[in-house]
Design a protein around this ligand. Structure first.
Ligand code: NAP
Length: 500
């Protein structure tokens, strides 16, 4: 379609005209790729994916730090339509996941829909269609926009004086500089979350000296890693039912243990805390170090770390856990409040992500020119993590409150995509030009969420984390995942306004 023809056709409504909707997808990570495949299967084939980077893969492309792995079991961290009997480990390492994503994209011809190096800069609702502007492209008109940008992709840099003064190599974990050799170097890492634990567990053995700057100790649970041999892979390939059973088993395990612990099940929470304490006791012989590593809040309050390598690494002779607060970064290293200078060659910032951005800084203008960043004001909200009042025909995958406990993100996004397809099908049968969540449904669910979060361990556990935003709304789904799966099964259309 030519540009002029495309723009002139603003009032066109795909459902009324009986044509396929033009759908834009922002981001070619796991959600965007899954959306292309599922939408095509459902008969929605006019798809364009705008990917800001030079390759697909999302978080598994951005992150390539040493030790990168996924703490969700591999068989479950796979698309349901593309099981993989060849996973080499129970918990996959980053490069293998990226290879799997490439394989899926190639097998299902996803790349024919993807525009690489095409950051979306502006989305404007012109009713009932959207105008999309992307770098390197003429503006385009779409019937439907799906934001599949993910949540943890904007690095958070610490607000520490002198950060730019450091004269060695310094980078955030999600911008890892592969050209910097670590062998024999004095390496420092700020932060002790999931990312840091994986890095420290991996690199301590090769660096000269490892300084780990801990502001708050985190609970660390054992990760029962296992390598799969060729006989096992053949068995799994021969008996697909066994594969399905394993997916069911891991999901069930998560739902009956961890998921219950986070939403207030005291017994499950204590079992997890006990398992963490036992690993700490077994793997950290020094009682003084053990004390420094022991959190004073409840396990599962912050994001629980699954890692069996961190404690042995931090107990190693060449490692030091620094608990004195950081006062400044200086050219030679990190100065702590006890006056000590920790001299370093390399400084890694494992300080997490800005969690309230999602599709931002893309300018997204909804009805009446309402701008998304103003509407959110630093506290993103959505209805069922997917839609926002005032932004018809605009959907998010893994939007605000999208993560459901430590569930497989692929499982969550597949459910959201199926839900969204139900809405498209409904528009088709009702010949609707637009669909939008009703403000009262949105408000009521968000109120319920703010109420529900109060009894979760994230709120009662005595810690602060990215799990609850500045207004008390959780950044995660605050109920048991079984409720999420049920909600996704059947759209309650009384929550939505369909306009013809
Ligand atoms: P994170 O959990 O947000 O941890 C950031 C760390 O940096 C914390 O220890 C924090 O201390 C520290 N920090 C932040 N600002 C600081 C400052 N100014 N001074 C000193 N310390 C500072 O980030 P992350 O480890 O990158 O993990 C982010 C998320 O990624 C996780 O929650 C998880 O969802 C995901 N992830 C998943 C996997 C997986 O296997 N599935 C692996 C890695 C990451 P405080 O605790 O005191 O705030």
């Amino acid at each position: 379609m030519g540009q002029a023809e495309n723009i002139a056709d603003l009032n066109s409504s795909w459902a009324k005209e009986g044509r396929t909707p033009r759908i834009a997808i922002v981001g070619a990570g796991l959600s965007g790729i899954g959306a292309v495949i599922a939408l095509r299967k459902a008969g929605y084939s006019d798809l364009t994916v705008y990917e800001k980077a030079e390759r697909i893969g999302g978080t598994w492309r951005d992150n390539h730090y040493p030790g990168l792995s996924c703490d969700v079991p591999s068989y479950w961290y796979s698309y349901s339509f593309e099981p993989n009997a060849d996973w080499s480990h129970r918990f996959s390492y980053g490069p293998e996941i990226l290879k799997y994503i490439d394989h899926v994209a190639e097998k299902y011809d996803v790349m024919s829909t993807v525009q690489l190096n095409s950051p979306v800069t502006e989305l404007t609702y012109l009713g009932p269609r959207w105008r999309l502007k992307a770098e390197g492209h003429d503006p385009q008109i779409f019937d439907f926009v799906i934001s599949a940008t993910g949540i943890l992709h904007h690095p958070a840099y610490p607000d520490i004086a002198g950060l730019d003064a450091f004269k060695g190599a310094m980078f955030h974990t999600t911008r890892w500089d592969d050209s910097v050799a670590l062998e024999g170097k004095r390496v420092g890492i700020i932060g002790t979350g999931s990312t840091s634990a994986q890095i420290v567990g991996e690199i301590t053995k090769k660096v000269g000296h490892m300084s780990v700057f801990q502001r708050t100790p985190h609970w660390v649970a054992p990760l029962p890693q296992k390598e799969y041999g060729p006989i096992w892979k053949t068995i799994l390939r021969t008996f697909p039912a066994l594969h399905l059973f394993l997916v069911w088993f891991y999901k069930r395990l998560m739902l009956t243990t961890f998921a219950k612990a986070t939403i207030g099940d005291v017994e499950e929470q204590q079992k997890i805390q006990q398992a963490c304490l036992e690993m700490l006791e077994k793997t950290v012989p020094d009682p003084e170090l053990r004390a420094k590593l022991t959190p004073d809040y409840k396990a599962t309050c912050k994001r629980l770390i699954f890692c069996s390598d961190f404690y042995p690494a931090i107990s190693h002779d060449n490692a030091e856990l620094v608990t004195a607060g950081i006062t400044a970064i200086e050219p030679e290293g990190v100065r702590t409040e006890d006056g000590r200078m920790h001299e370093l060659d390399v400084l890694v910032l494992a300080t997490g992500f800005k969690v309230s951005e999602f599709i931002l800084p893309t300018k997204v203008y909804g009805e009446n020119n309402l701008e998304l960043s103003k509407q959110w004001d630093g506290a993103p909200r959505a209805h069922r993590a997917m839609t926002i009042p005032g932004f018809p025909n605009f959907w998010m995958l893994e939007g605000p409150t999208g993560p459901v406990g430590n569930l497989s993100l692929i499982s969550i996004t597949e459910n959201q995509i199926a839900y969204m397809i139900q809405c498209l099908d409904k528009m088709k049968t009702e010949k609707a030009a637009s669909i939008e969540v009703k403000p009262e449904a949105f408000e009521s669910l968000n109120r319920e969420m703010a109420e529900a979060v109060r009894t979760t361990t994230w709120a009662t556990g005595g810690c602060t984390s990215w799990y609850i935003d500045k207004t008390g709304i959780p950044n995660l789904y605050p109920w048991h995942p079984s409720r999420f799966y049920k909600e996704m099964e059947q759209v309650d259309f009384s929550e939505y306004k369909l306009t013809s």
